[in-house]
Each structure stands twice: as structure tokens, then as C-alpha cells.
Ligand binder design. Structure first.
Ligand code: PLP
Length: 448
């Protein structure tokens, strides 16, 4: 027993695995056992472990300027360079960037920026945000309120109403389609639900719709083709901003530079970035907004007053330097092209699991995927709780691979973007062995 309160546990949890070091796509525990990191930490260590260029960049920046803040317009060159580079990369028009420390706080920033913006343009009543069931947007009070996963709500009495959070369908055809409903009918039904929600609440009260292009923590939900085209048409009709939470999907993860491109989202008004922005070598996030929103805030700020928001570590120079170097490496080493190629191979190999007796659905794009374990393959009946998913995750760990059980009984895969084909093969072999062990367990316990 030690003195740590572990995140996302029932408090009774005690550490069973001490990770001591990492190298490339592998981490090693305190007994020297090697694990393939098939979830890139928490969907973040895109360039793997022990990248000397990133380590040296951090060290040099610490020697040069270990801290400087961005309050009141003070800045530093790496912060400026990072903002310019990011602004040129993202699909947000004339993007302006606010730096933070985590995906959660970046989403909080966005909520406040939306409120400030609509106040500035004389529409203070336009503050509500539509978020989806089974979405994940973080764990601060505000971002957890956007999050649609129920376990992140329980016991916290979150201020959904005060924040104006509205909820609409998760675009998961396998789980949420009605009997005999085609994909096209499913899309029409849930997009119609979205439109009805807007009409019920009043479009003039709704600021934005937040989406993960492809979800992560809720089990890697890939919406059916055509979903986002219809969603965008509705949002345009009612003048509601599209806010892409790309905390997981940005920077080559889904087979393109941004997840928006993979799923057909054109020009989001806002984008949230974190994790792979620095390959998780330093904490940093970015709240990105369209240039015209920024211009309107600048114009009106004399009347509205100061935008009183910022974190001590907004634009931390070491984080900015590491993020800038990460983006340089992505471009220099053609990491996104590599990830697209290896990602296509990973999807092909993952889809082989559809023949396994425990697997109900395999889903994913590029270098992110999941396999959903089910009690009845024919009907898709889910296991009643997370026992089987957790068993499978533990089996993977015993077999020398780290992945994650999400949304009950789905196993999620999101390896560093730098992995090669033989490491994908290793991931598949270890998963196959773990699934067979899980099947033995399920049969033994009479859960099938
Ligand atoms: N948004 C998405 C889509 C995420 O997946 C996450 C974390 O996994 C967050 C926001 C929150 O990021 P953080 O854990 O850095 O606060």
C-alpha cells in the first residue's frame, strides 16, 4: 500500500504494476519484464519512448528558459513558433490558439471562449452545447459534464443544466440501431433526433455541437459513412458551431493528419488538441478557434472587458518547445504516411478477430481500433459488466502487452505511430492468445 489516490479506481485498488522505463514501442516494469505498449500510454505517446531529440529539446529549453507565462500578452519565441505552425496545420480557418495543459482544461477554455464570444456579439443566450451519449471530453467539472459516459457522472452531481449541456445519440450502428434498420436509416433517424433537439431548445440558445470525430474512451466508435455530412448540413441550417475534440484523433492517428479529414468533417469552427501534440513528453493542450471568432472578440473586448482566463502553465516554454519539435519530427519523418500504411495493416489484422467466438464487432480507422467482446455473437448481447473486458486486459498484460478495456467489454488498441509491421503482428499474436484465455475463463464461469 502506498499513499497514491489512483485515478479512475474504486479507491481499494493498489498498484500491481510499476512501470520503470520505456524504449521505442515498449515499456519495462520493475522486474525487467517487457510490454508492447499497444495503447501508446493513454492514446498519446505517438513517437514512442526514449526519443533523444525530444529529450534534448526539453533539456535545452529548461536550461534556456524553464518558465515564462503568457498573461497579458507576454510570450516567448517557441510559443509563437508553435502557434504559427499549428495554425498552418489545422483545418480551422485562420486558426487562433490558446494553450493549456490537458484535454480537459482545453475543453473548459472552449466553453468559456464560446460564452465570451456570444456575449461579445450580443447573443448571451446562445450558450448551450450539444454533446453525445458515450462521448469522452475530460474530467474537470465542466468537461465531465460534456462527457457522455455515465461512470464519469456518477457521484459528482455535475452542473449539466447550469452549463446548458444537451445530449444526443452516439453514432454507433452496431449497438444503437433498431432491429432491421439500415445504416442509412440509422443516420437519418439520429440526425433527425439532433434536429428535433435543436428545434425543441431553440437554435438561438445553442452555441455548438462537440464531437470526437472517432471516439476513443467509449470504445472507438466510427460513425457510419455519411453521418457527418448530414450533421454538418443541420448545424449550418441552424447556425450552430461544430467543435471537433481531436484530443485522440489528431496528428496521424486515424490515417490522416486530423480525424476530421478521415470522417469528412470540413472546417470545424473549433478544435481541441492535446496528447500527441507533444507525444506526451510534456503536458500541453491547445484550444483552437476560427479567426473570425477571435476578431469579433478583439473588436468587442473594450465593451465586454478582459477575457479573464488563463493557466499558470498556459504556453509553458518547455512544453511548447517539445510540441514544436514533435510536429517537426512528424513532418520530417513522414510519420503520418507511415501511420496510414501501418494503420491499414493493423485494421486488416484486427478484423481477423471477427471470427473469434467472443468477438461481436471489430472497428477502427488507421492506428486506432477496438474489438468488442460479447456474450452472444449472433444477437450481440453484451456482457453485464466489465468483468470479461478486465479479464482480457489483464491476460494481455500477463502476455506482455498493454492495452485497455473500455466501455465495458471492448479492448482498445492505439499503439505508438512509429510501430512497424512485425510489432503489429506481435500485438495480434498476444491478443489472440489472451482472447483464447478469456474464452476459457468465460466458459469456466458460465458467462457465455
Ligand atoms: N477529449 C478527449 C477526446 C479525450 O480522449 C480526452 C482524454 O482521453 C480528453 C478530452 C481529456 O484529456 P486529458 O485527460 O488530457 O484531460
Amino acid at each position: 500500500m502506498n499513499s497514491i489516490i489512483y485515478p479512475t479506481t474504486n479507491f481499494k485498488h493498489t498498484a500491481t504494476l510499476i512501470i520503470e522505463r520505456g524504449d521505442g514501442a515498449y515499456v519495462y516494469d520493475s522486474n525487467g519484464k517487457q510490454y508492447l505498449e499497444a495503447l501508446a500510454g493513454l492514446w498519446c505517446t505517438s513517437l514512442g519512448y526514449n526519443n533523444h531529440e525530444l529529450i534534448e529539446t526539453a533539456s535545452e529549453q529548461m536550461s534556456k528558459l524553464s518558465f515564462s507565462h503568457m498573461f497579458g500578452g507576454k510570450t516567448h519565441q517557441v510559443g509563437i513558433d508553435l502557434a504559427e505552425k499549428l495554425s498552418a496545420m489545422v483545418p480551422v480557418e485562420n486558426a487562433k490558439i490558446f494553450f493549456g495543459n490537458s484535454g480537459s482544461d482545453a475543453n473548459d477554455t472552449h466553453i468559456k471562449m464560446l460564452r465570451y464570444y456570444f456575449n461579445a456579439i450580443g447573443k448571451p443566450q446562445k450558450y448551450k452545447i450539444i454533446a453525445r451519449e458515450r462521448s469522452y471530453h475530460g474530467v474537470t467539472v465542466a468537461s465531465a459534464s460534456l462527457t457522455g459516459l455515465k461512470p464519469n457522472h456518477t457521484h459528482f452531481n455535475l452542473p449539466f443544466d447550469a452549463l446548458g449541456v444537451l445530449r444526443t445519440d452516439a453514432p454507433h450502428y452496431y449497438r444503437n440501431a433498431l432491429p432491421n434498420e439500415s445504416e442509412a436509416q440509422f443516420i437519418d433517424r439520429i440526425v433527425n433526433n439532433l434536429e428535433q433537439l435543436i428545434l425543441l431548445e431553440g437554435a438561438d440558445t445553442i452555441a455548438a455541437f462537440i464531437v470526437e470525430p472517432i471516439t476513443g474512451a467509449s470504445g472507438v466508435i466510427v460513425p457510419p459513412e455519411g453521418y457527418y455530412q448530414k450533421v454538418q448540413a443541420v448545424l449550418q441550417k441552424y447556425d450552430i458551431l461544430l467543435w471537433a475534440d481531436e484530443v485522440i484523433t489528431a496528428f496521424g492517428r486515424t490515417g490522416n493528419d486530423f480525424g476530421c479529414k478521415t470522417v469528412g468533417i470540413e472546417k470545424p469552427a473549433m478544435m481541441t488538441l492535446a496528447k500527441q501534440l507533444s507525444s506526451a513528453y510534456m503536458p500541453i493542450s491547445a484550444s483552437v478557434i476560427r479567426g473570425d471568432m477571435y476578431d469579433a472578440m478583439v473588436e468587442q473586448s473594450a465593451q465586454v472587458g478582459v477575457f479573464g482566463h488563463g493557466y499558470t502553465y498556459s504556453g509553458h516554454p518547455v512544453s511548447c518547445a517539445v510540441a514544436l519539435k514533435t510536429l517537426e519530427i512528424y513532418q520530417r519523418e513522414n510519420i503520418f504516411d507511415h501511420a496510414a500504411k501501418i494503420g491499414a495493416y493493423m485494421q486488416k489484422r484486427l478484423h481477423e478477430f471477427i471470427h473469434h467466438p467472443l468477438v461481436g464487432e471489430v472497428r477502427g480507422k488507421g492506428m486506432i481500433g477496438a474489438i468488442e467482446l460479447v456474450a452472444n455473437k449472433k444477437t450481440g448481447q453484451a456482457f453485464p459488466d466489465g468483468t470479461v473486458g478486465n479479464f482480457a486486459m489483464q491476460a494481455c498484460q500477463n502476455n506482455g502487452m498493454i492495452c485497455r478495456a473500455v466501455a465495458g467489454s471492448s479492448l482498445a488498441f492505439c499503439p505508438p505511430l512509429i510501430v512497424n509491421k512485425s510489432q503489429i503482428d506481435e500485438m495480434i499474436e498476444k491478443t489472440a492468445k489472451s482472447l483464447d484465455q478469456t474464452l476459457d475463463f468465460v466458459v469456466r464461469e458460465g458467462l457465455l
